[in-house]
Write a protein that binds this ligand. Structure first.
Ligand SMILES: CSCCC(=O)C(=O)O
Ligand SMILES: [Fe+2]
Length: 187
């Protein structure tokens, strides 16, 4: 099964609920790729010895790797971290996450500034481009184990919205504008 993504509804209910529209408006891999979100399906049970993963890491220069086991026993300041993850932000580098166990939601803004919700399950590797507004939440399963990849010394700094003067944001918007040739909602 490929990745599953959909346009979010507008309700303010618990973020961990699916927040699908009625009827559901699904978003395809091709649509995600159009605004720079990339995806691979891998076999999470062999991650320590996976040639496909090794190839992606080599091709894209991801020499850094660590594991994030997102549960209260293993993460310092668990509640605060979750809160920060769900605060809309960008980074100056790509965000690369590979789900090894559990599940969760990455929300990204599309080119029209609407939230797209992406369900991440074991085996899903996702790359968010530098400068894209996004956030993360656990789902009702309440658990995820993620591999974090990075090119060079890792920088996890999150810049909360608004970031329209941030060079990474400007670069991202420039790419979108060249592709779609339309003014974007920016604020
Ligand atoms: C739990 S990883 C995803 C959260 C996030 O956006 C980040 O770490 O910057
Ligand atoms: Fe992030």
């Amino acid at each position: 099964m490929a990745i599953e993504a959909w346009l979010m509804d507008e309700s303010n209910e618990d973020p961990r609920l699916p927040h699908r529209r009625n009827p559901n408006k699904s978003v395809s891999l091709d649509q995600l790729a159009e605004f720079g979100v990339l995806y691979w399906k891998l076999n999470p049970t062999i991650y320590e010895n996976d040639e496909e993963l090794a190839k992606i890491r080599e091709d894209r220069g991801y020499n850094y790797m660590d594991l994030l086991d997102l549960c209260p026993e293993k993460v310092e300041n668990y509640e605060q971290k979750l809160k920060n993850f769900y605060t809309e932000h960008i980074h100056q580098d790509e965000e690369i996450r590979y789900c090894l166990e559990g599940s969760g939601y990455f929300d990204v803004r599309d080119k029209d500034d609407r939230w797209i919700r992406i369900l991440i399950k074991a085996g899903d590797l996702i790359i968010l481009p530098a400068g894209i507004y996004h956030r993360f939440t656990l789902d009702p399963s309440n658990y995820v184990k993620l591999m974090r990849l990075f090119k060079g010394e890792p920088v996890w700094t999150a810049y909360n919205r608004p970031q329209e003067d941030n060079p990474a944001r400007k670069e991202y918007i420039k790419g979108l504008t060249e592709k779609f040739g339309v003014p974007l909602a920016t604020h």
